[in-house]
Ligand binder design. Structure first.
Ligand SMILES: Cc1cc2nc3c(=O)[nH]c(=O)nc-3n(C[C@H](O)[C@H](O)[C@H](O)COP(=O)(O)OP(=O)(O)OC[C@H]3O[C@@H](n4cnc5c(N)ncnc54)[C@H](O)[C@@H]3O)c2cc1C
Length: 468
C-alpha cells in the first residue's frame, strides 16, 4: 500500500531546489562568542562535561541552587555545535517522547509525568523571560496532522484523551494549507518553538554571568575517582572536582557501563530561503504552530522568525558499530527524499529553494526517552537517551542530575522513570540486524494502515517497541 509520500515529484524540481543549498546547520550561522580552552589544572565543586542544553541547564541551575559553588563546564568542541545547535527547535512538554510511550511504560505515573512536563515547559519559559534570553521563544502550540486515513483515528483517540482539539480536513487546511492533510490535532499549551542555537548560546551567556567557568575545545578523555575527588583528564590539563555531571549525549561515555545503553541515529533537516509574503499567503500558517505528521517515520516542520520553513525528519539512519562521524552527515539520497516530501506537502511552493541542509546525531536507548544514573560513589550523575525529543526534556534532566547529586529524595528522583534503567542494546552485529529489522517493520506499518507486524508486536510485548 502506498502512502501519500510515495507520490511522484518531478526530479528536476528536487535537483533545482537543492542545488544552491549550503551544507551545515542554518541555526549555527550566527556570531558565536569564543570561550578559551582549558590549559592549566583547576579545581571545582562541580564539573559539567558537555556544552549542549543538558550541560548548560545543569550549570545554570547549579549556580542558582548554590551561588557559592565553583562550577566549571567543559565542551569538546563549541557550545551548542552538536544536537543542541541542529534540532528543529520544538520544545515539547513531554518528558517521555510522547504520550503513548509514557502511558505504555509508566501507566501509574503518567499523570505526574505529564504535570511535571508542563511545569518544566512553563519553567523554561519563565527562566527565558527572567534571564532575558534572546532565543526567539514562541509558545505556538503544536499541530499534529494526519496524512493517512488510519491516522485520523489516532488523532481522534488523542483528542478524546485530552491531548488537544481535533480539526477536520477543512479546519486543518485552514491552519496550514496542505492537500495532504485529512485532519489535525491542535495542542495549544504543550509546545513552544525556539531558535535552537540561540538558546544554547544565550544559556551559556547566562551561565557565564552567573559565574560558571566555561572552556571550549576541551575534551574530557578520562575520568578517575580518588578518595576525596574526581580527576578528569582533558589532554592539556586536569580538572579536580568534587562532583561531575556527564551531559555528553550521543558521544562515547566516560563510563564504560553506559557504552551499550544508547545508539546514535542520524536525523536530517532542510531549510528554505525566507518565503515571500506571496509564498507564505499560499500556505496560510498564520498561527505559526510547530507541525508534525504522525506516521512512524514522521516529518516535523516550523517557521523561523524570517519565515523560512525548517523541514526535517523521516529517515533515522543507524551506521554499523554505533559510530558518530561527520562523514555520515551529507547523505544526498536523504536530502532528495526530504525535498520530495516537502513538495508533496506544499505543491504550491514549487518556486521555493532550500538554503541549508544538515544532519545531526540523536541518542536513543531502548525506552526512547532519557534515563539517569549515579556512578563513582555517587559523585557522578549522568543522563542519556533523549531520542529526538530533548530540547525541553534536557532542562528537566539537568534538575534530576542535580537532585541525584544532592542525595535527598525529591519528587523527581522518586519517579519510577528516573529510578529504572533501560535494557542495553546488544553488541554488533546483533544491534545492526535488530535496528534494521525494526526500521523496515516501522516503514511497513506506515504502508499498511499502521498495522504492526509480529516483529514489532514482539518488541512491544517486551517493552522495547518504538511508537512515535
Ligand atoms: C536534526 C535533529 C533534530 C532534532 N529536533 C528536535 C526537536 O525539534 N525537539 C526536541 O525536543 N529535540 C530535538 N532533537 C534532539 C535534541 O536536539 C537533543 O535531545 C538535545 O539537544 C540534547 O542536548 P544535550 O545537551 O544532551 O546534547 P548535545 O547538544 O549533543 O550536547 C552534548 C555536548 O557534549 C559534548 N561532549 C561530548 N563528550 C564530551 C567530552 N568527553 N568532553 C567534553 N565535551 C563532550 C559534545 O561536544 C556536545 O557539544 C533533534 C536532534 C537532531 C540531531
Amino acid at each position: 500500500m502506498e502512502t501519500v509520500f510515495d507520490g511522484p515529484v518531478d526530479p528536476a524540481l528536487i535537483e533545482r531546489s537543492l542545488a544552491a543549498s549550503a551544507f551545515g546547520s542554518m541555526w549555527l550561522d550566527i556570531p558565536r562568542p569564543d570561550h578559551p580552552p582549558l590549559t592549566e589544572p583547576i579545581t571545582c565543586d562541580l564539573l559539567v562535561i558537555g556544552g549542549g542544553y543538558t550541560g548548560l541547564w545543569t550549570a545554570l541551575h547549579a549556580t542558582e541552587r548554590n551561588p557559592d559553588r565553583r562550577i566549571v563546564l567543559i565542551e569538546a568542541n563549541r557550545i551548542g555545535w552538536a544536537a543542541s545547535g541542529r534540532n528543529g527547535g520544538f520544545v515539547d512538554a513531554s518528558l517521555t517522547h510522547g504520550a503513548e510511550n509514557g502511558k505504555t511504560r509508566w501507566p501509574n505515573e503518567i499523570e505526574t509525568l505529564d504535570k511535571m512536563g508542563v511545569e518544566n515547559l512553563d519553567g523554561m519559559q519563565s527562566d527565558i523571560l527572567r534571564l532575558g534570553l534572546d532565543a526567539e521563544w514562541q509558545r505556538t502550540g503544536m499541530l499534529s496532522v494526519a496524512t493517512e486515513p488510519h491516522q485520523v483515528d489516532w488523532l481522534r483517540d488523542a483528542a478524546d484523551g485530552g491531548e488537544g482539539r481535533l480539526l477536520d480536513t477543512e479546519q486543518a487546511r485552514a491552519e496550514v494549507n496542505s492537500p495532504t492533510y485529512l485532519a489535525a490535532l491542535y495542542s495549544p499549551d504543550t509546545c513552544a518553538i525556539v531558535h535552537p542555537a540561540k538558546l544554547a548560546l544565550e544559556l551559556a551567556r547566562a551561565c557565564a554571568d552567573a559565574g560558571v567557568h566555561i572552556y571550549e575545545r576541551t575534551n574530557a578523555t578520562r575520568l578517575d575517582s580518588g578518595r576525596l575527588a574526581l580527576r578528569v583528564d582533558t589532554g592539556a590539563a586536569t580538572v579536580t572536582a568534587r562532583q561531575a555531571v556527564l551531559a555528553s549525549n550521543v558521544y562515547p561515555s566516560l563510563l564504560r557501563r553506559n557504552r551499550l545503553r544508547t545508539v546514535p541515529f542520524y536525523n536530517d533537516a532542510l531549510t528554505t530561503e525566507p518565503l515571500t509574503v506571496a509564498q507564505l499567503t499560499r500556505i496560510g500558517w498564520r498561527g505559526r504552530q510547530g507541525v508534525g505528521d504522525c506516521a512512524n517515520q514522521f516529518h516535523y516542520y516550523r517557521l523561523t522568525m524570517d519565515n523560512r520553513i525548517v523541514w526535517g525528519g523521516y529517515d533515522a539512519v543507524y551506521h554499523f558499530g554505533r559510530k558518530v562521524d561527520a562523514a555520515y552527515e551529507d547523505r544526498a539520497a536523504t536530502y532528495r527524499r526530504l525535498a520530495a516530501h516537502f513538495f508533496i506537502t506544499f505543491p504550491q511552493l514549487d518556486d521555493v529553494r532550500f538554503s541549508h541542509r544538515w544532519a545531526g546525531a540523536i541518542d536513543t536507548n531502548t525506552r526512547f526517552c532519557a534515563h539517569w544514573g549515579l556512578a563513582r560513589d555517587d559523585r557522578v550523575a549522568y543522563v542519556n537517551g533523549f531520542t529526538g525529543l530533548g530540547v525541553g526534556a534536557a532542562r528537566f534532566a539537568a534538575d534530576v542530575c542535580l537532585d541525584l547529586l544532592e542525595g535527598s529524595p525529591t519528587p523527581r528522583t522518586e519517579l519510577q522513570m528516573v529510578r529504572e534503567r533501560p535494557l542495553p542494546f546488544p553488541p554488533e552485529p546483533f544491534a545492526s540486524v535488530g535496528i534494521h529489522a525494526t526500521r523496515w517493520s516501522l516503514d511497513r506499518a506506515d504502508h499498511s494502515a499502521g498495522h504492526r507486524n509480529i516483529f514489532l508486536r514482539t518488541l512491544d510485548a517486551l517493552g522495547l517497541g518504538f511508537d512515535s
